[in-house]
Design a protein around this ligand. Structure first.
Ligand SMILES: Nc1ncnc2c1ncn2[C@@H]1O[C@H](COP(=O)(O)OP(=O)(O)OP(=O)(O)O)[C@@H](O)[C@H]1O
Ligand SMILES: [Mg+2]
Length: 324
């Protein structure tokens, strides 16, 4: 018999609208049946879950994305992404904060019924390569929303007034099409009002942004990211529901990133402690590339086992590249 705990977990995940958890519990129930010798039933459950997953993994293709047209085409790039939060290695507290946004979005309807607003305006700050852009993609992937990346080149023009009116066009699109709207390199828009030379125009742009952000009641996510939070106008911070800080990886996160990227290889003989002494100061992006380089070397040598020297060589190369 399927355990009562599985039924409870199934119902809970259904109520939470968490499809992935629902299927995970179904797989656990299948494993439970298999252990009790109900092989046929177990197989039937697994097939159903696999079928549902296969269908789910390509829903975006079934719904053609309406590409931005007219003026908007120069202001945002639209795409569907498959990035998931589970594909990211994150310290516990950061993962919890990002998951909370997803849960609140999934439960938005219930929250709104009680006059509550789900978190949806996020500011991501932290050093290059620490996963800010990847987070925006993962949010879109988790929520099955299109990712609209705002194109700074299109937005920022040297003509007075145009940028503010373009910003209005972007915010109007948010109200029209639910999605994740991503403002990368946000300091270009959000720098302190006093620190600019061409004060008139840029102050206008920032003021417009502040006003649009405050007034915006659309249903998607607005995510801004910057490596330079110290440049941002202080008035910005409180307009966001959450300010989320990224940092370079600690040793544990660093090792997890390497391991995850090398998961299809034999890494038993790797001297992680030796490698760990070399990875200080490298970003998540550096580490992913290092793992990929080590993997390539292993494959090209016709080996299945990644060796410590592969990692060390890739690390040294990355460091050398970073110095240029
Ligand atoms: N937390 C993470 N887990 C796994 N891989 C990561 C993580 N963070 C970054 N990466 C890897 O590094 C790459 C670059 O990260 P990303 O572009 O998100 O950094 P960023 O913070 O936006 O940097 P920048 O400030 O330069 O734009 C990702 O595509 C991914 O391969
Ligand atoms: Mg980025």
């Amino acid at each position: 018999m399927t355990k009562a705990t599985h039924l409870v977990a199934l119902l809970q995940s259904h109520l939470d609208g968490d499809d992935e958890q629902f299927l995970t519990v179904a797989m656990q129930a299948a494993a439970n049946e298999a252990r009790q010798g109900h092989g046929k039933l177990a197989q039937q459950l697994r097939d159903m879950v696999d079928g549902a997953r296969a269908k789910k993994s390509k829903p975006s293709r079934a719904v053609p994305l309406v590409q931005p047209r007219g003026e908007l085409a120069n202001l945002v790039a639209a795409k569907y992404v498959d990035t998931r939060l589970s594909g990211m290695v994150l310290p516990g507290t950061l993962r919890e904060r990002l998951e909370r946004v997803i849960v609140e979005q999934r439960q938005a309807f219930r929250l709104r019924q009680h006059g509550l607003r789900p978190r949806r305006k996020l500011l991501l700050i932290g050093p290059p390569g620490a996963g800010k852009t990847m987070t925006a993609a993962a949010m879109a992937g988790e929520l099955r929303l299109p990712l609209f990346s705002v194109l700074l080149d299109g937005l920022l023009t040297k003509f007075m007034g145009e940028t503010a009116s373009k910003l209005r066009t972007v915010f109007a699109a948010m109200a029209e099409t639910r999605g994740v709207y991503f403002f990368d390199e946000f300091d270009a828009i959000g720098a302190r009002r006093s620190e600019r030379n061409d004060v008139g125009e840029i102050r206008r742009v920032l003021n417009s942004f502040l006003q649009f952000l405050e007034e915006d009641e659309s249903e998607g996510l607005i995510i801004a990211a910057t490596n330079h939070p110290e440049l941002l106008d202080p008035a910005l911070f409180r307009r966001f529901d959450d300010v989320i800080e990224y940092a370079l990886p600690n040793l544990e996160v660093a090792r997890e990133i390497l391991k995850a990227r090398l998961s299809t290889f034999d890494t038993h003989e790797l001297d992680w402690t030796r490698a760990s002494t070399e990875i200080e100061g490298l970003s998540q992006a550096d580490l992913s590339r290092i793992a990929d380089e080590a993997a390539k070397q292993t494959l090209l040598d016709g080996r299945e086992r990644v060796e410590t020297k592969d990692l060390l060589a890739a690390i040294a190369e990355r460091r050398a590249a970073a110095r240029h």
